[in-house]
Design a protein around this ligand. Structure first.
Ligand SMILES: [Zn+2]
Length: 315
């Protein structure tokens, strides 16, 4: 089997931004996602999130631009990488040995409701936007915000703008109320880039059965994530087999063609046993191959994300 992998979410850019000494091009102990590790595992496409760390008191658009700069200097300029902004870019990556990088934004906080800034991000190649992190921002409430609100008026306007612009909407971290408002007013397929199944592991960051079904219904995609306490909250050392329970569960709800991975590497401080960094993706492949047909394994690792992206990236 020729292994190809796409990963729907990592926070390597945040680490590279916060610690300018780190280098994407070499194997760094501190960096779960680096070029050598992606290459080692056969990751073909990696999403890189612009996430402004909690330690930044007043997040501004300038911080976002600084992270776009880091993305270009560290990731895009690496000779083994290719910036995926369109379907054509995906095909370039697929035809050769390059690894594709998709630029995403996690939380619109720093846009402060400015639609020009939103459009500038599109010009800069941002292709997917997670609306919130865990807490409320000007657009919507995150899933950990105690008041459990939905979208603001401005947030709904932004959603319409995203729909027109063709930027992929990501609902990971979004409050339940906002999720269902989105289903009402948003007509394009959307994703949960790094969330698991709530029935398997009852964490608010995970998706309920109805949410999973809604994502399947809209022809979206779910990235099963490696955050240990979103996989199994009852045990300290979480094995890879626990990850497979989420895959089984989403498949049982009809999601076999709408599931992939979104590791959250570099956004986590605890790891699943055998999944310490991107270079260890092979351990999942081994576990998947024992339980699924080859065609299913290929779809989970790459094919489902590929189908989604080719449908939803700009032509
Ligand atoms: Zn996240």
């Amino acid at each position: 089997m020729k292994i190809k992998i796409m990963d729907g979410h990592c926070d390597a850019l945040t680490k590279l931004y916060m610690n300018p000494k780190l280098q994407f091009g070499i194997e760094e102990q501190e960096l779960d996602v680096s070029y050598p590790r992606l290459k080692q595992a056969g990751v073909k496409v990696q999403c890189f999130a612009i996430y402004l760390s909690d330690s930044i008191q007043q997040p501004t658009f300038d911080h976002i631009l600084q992270m776009v700069d880091v993305f270009h200097r560290q990731v895009v300029q690496h000779p083994g990488m290719h910036f995926i902004q369109s379907e054509a870019d995906w095909r370039i990556v697929e035809a050769g040995d390059l690894i594709g990088a998709i630029l995403t934004l996690e939380g619109v906080d720093a846009l402060a409701g400015n639609m020009t800034h939103l459009r500038i991000l599109q010009h800069l190649g941002v292709r997917s936007i997670g609306l919130t992190w865990n807490y409320a921002n000007w657009a919507a409430d995150g899933v950990m915000e105690p008041r459990k609100g939905g979208f603001t008026r401005k947030g709904k306007l932004m959603l319409k703008e995203l729909e027109t612009m063709g930027i992929i909407v990501d609902v990971s971290h979004l409050s339940t109320a906002a999720f269902w408002e989105l289903v009402e007013i948003y007509s394009k397929p959307f994703i949960a880039s790094h969330s698991n199944a709530q029935k398997v592991c009852p964490h608010p960051r995970n998706l309920s059965d109805d949410q999973i079904k809604a994502i399947i219904q809209c022809k979206g995609n779910i990235g099963i994530t490696f955050v240990p306490y979103f996989v199994d909250s009852a045990i300290m050392t979480v094995p890879i087999s626990a990850l497979l329970k989420h895959i089984d569960y989403v498949c049982a709800l009809g999601g076999e063609q709408h599931i992939g991975f979104g590791s959250d590497f570099d956004g986590i401080e605890q790891w699943i046993k055998g999944l310490r960094h991107a270079g260890q993706y092979g351990n999942i492949i081994e576990a998947l191959c024992k339980n699924y047909r080859e065609s299913q394994v290929e779809a989970f690792l790459y094919g489902n994300w590929r189908n989604f992206m080719l449908q939803n990236l700009p032509k």
